[in-house]
Ligand binder design. Structure first.
Ligand code: AMP
Length: 130
């Protein structure tokens, strides 16, 4: 069965999309640790990041870099934290999180709630800097 992220990529499941390329997709995490918490995924469904083919891996990292640069412009923060966990969804993804300190990367922190309108505004603000 297709992963939840593959179903998001095809549009079967809605998301707050930030950007898309031929091979990659970026959207807001639905349970964000911070305003502007973005997930970047390769369209190809591979569970573990280090199982990606070299070419896909490089494209994926460069795509994530461009999203991170736009994200930093859209959301005031010290820098963009980058992490890969992947224990919940078995489809490679990078978390990009605006941070002001190391504790902002703590995944046991309480998640932030945003309204649909707020999520839409955040996604389009990031996209406007791409
Ligand atoms: P992990 O696999 O541990 O890196 O965590 C998966 C991440 O995906 C979590 O931060 C979830 O909040 C996020 N997530 C799961 N389902 C969705 C969804 N439908 N839309 C956006 N984010 C999601």
């Amino acid at each position: 069965m297709a992963s939840i992220f593959s179903r998001i990529i095809t549009g079967e499941i809605p998301c707050y999309k930030v950007a898309e390329s031929e091979t990659c997709f970026a959207f807001l995490d639905i349970n964000p640790l911070a305003k502007g918490h973005v997930l970047v995924v390769p369209k190809i469904e591979v569970d573990y990041i280090f199982d990606l083919e070299e070419e896909t891996y490089i494209e994926f990292q460069l795509f994530a870099k461009n999203i991170a640069i736009a994200l930093k412009k859209a959301i005031p923060c010290e820098r963009i934290g980058v992490t890969v966990i992947g224990l919940e969804v078995p489809h490679t993804h990078i978390h990009l999180i605006p941070i002001n300190g190391v504790n902002d990367m703590n995944f046991t922190n309480k998640k932030i709630h945003f309204t649909k309108e707020e999520f839409e505004e955040i996604a389009s603000s990031i996209a406007s800097f791409l």
